[in-house]
Each structure stands twice: as structure tokens, then as C-alpha cells.
Design a protein around this ligand. Structure first.
Ligand SMILES: [Zn+2]
Length: 153
């Protein structure tokens, strides 16, 4: 009797720990993925361009804006769903969703916005191991982006 109680307690600790670490990894990937998106098309002065209004600013002053909400895990880390946006478009104009859709189709081909909407409603589960791989991948890509963005031609 005492043994089974102790066994249960021992089991629940690593379980809680793993749930917490996935939450932490997801937050970490949010930060890393945002940096990746904002640095992927830098000009020689380290400036990026808002996807929906075209304003250019230093990448650190811009946001990574989601076409379909961040609450949808299936497209939360999708490189097409997430684009550079200025704070005005991202926060004050509700993400400029209509313009976002038009520009997605223009940049990636007709039907892209529709495809992203459909994909966003799918289910996706990301394991701790996958989060770690994605974090490492996007950290390395961001490093490359920053090296290329700082280079003058
Ligand atoms: Zn904008």
C-alpha cells in the first residue's frame, strides 16, 4: 500500500516536469522564431520591411505578425503564416488581415492565404525533442541572416 503511493508520487514528478518543459520550450521557440522571421530579409543597414504596409525599420523595432492567430499551433511556426510587421499593422490595425491575405497570394501564389487558413485548423503536436530541434535550427538561421544583413555590397 505504502509502496504504491510512493510509486505514484515518483511517477507524477517527471510527468509534470515534462509538461512544464514543453511550455518553456514553446515560449523559447516563439522568441527564436520571431527573431528568425524579422531578420530573414534584411537590407544592408539591418532594416526589414513590413509585409502589409511596406514601411522599413530596424528589425528590432518590428514584430513577427501572424496571419492566422498564434493560438493555432498548426501554423504558429509556419514560415509563410508569420511575416514581419510594423507595430502599427500588427497591434493597432488587428494585423491588417485582409491586406495580409492579398500579399500572401501575391508573394507565394494564388490560393496561399486559403491554404494557410485550412492548415491552421489542423491539429499538430510538437514534442519536447521537436521543439529543441526547431530552436536549434532557427537560432542557426538567424545567425546567418544577421551575418548576411550586416554585410555591405
Ligand atoms: Zn505596417
Amino acid at each position: 500500500m505504502g509502496d504504491s503511493g510512493g510509486g505514484l508520487a515518483q511517477l507524477s514528478v517527471p510527468l509534470i516536469f515534462s509538461v512544464m518543459s514543453v511550455t518553456k520550450l514553446k515560449k523559447k521557440l516563439d522568441v527564436v522564431f520571431s527573431r528568425y522571421v524579422r531578420t530573414r530579409d534584411l537590407d544592408d543597414n539591418g532594416r526589414a520591411t513590413c509585409f502589409t504596409c511596406g514601411v522599413q525599420k530596424p528589425w528590432k523595432e518590428l514584430h513577427a505578425g501572424h496571419f492566422q492567430s498564434r493560438s493555432k499551433l498548426a501554423t504558429r511556426f509556419d514560415e509563410v503564416n508569420v511575416q514581419v510587421q510594423c507595430p502599427r499593422c500588427n497591434l493597432w490595425n488587428q494585423g491588417e488581415q485582409y491586406q495580409f491575405a492579398l500579399n500572401l497570394d501575391e508573394h507565394y501564389g494564388a490560393g496561399t492565404a486559403q491554404r494557410i487558413v485550412a492548415a491552421s485548423n489542423g491539429t499538430r503536436r510538437i514534442s519536447a525533442g521537436e521543439y529543441q530541434q526547431l530552436i536549434a535550427h532557427y537560432e542557426a538561421e538567424t545567425q546567418k541572416n544577421l551575418e548576411e544583413g550586416g554585410r555591405t555590397r
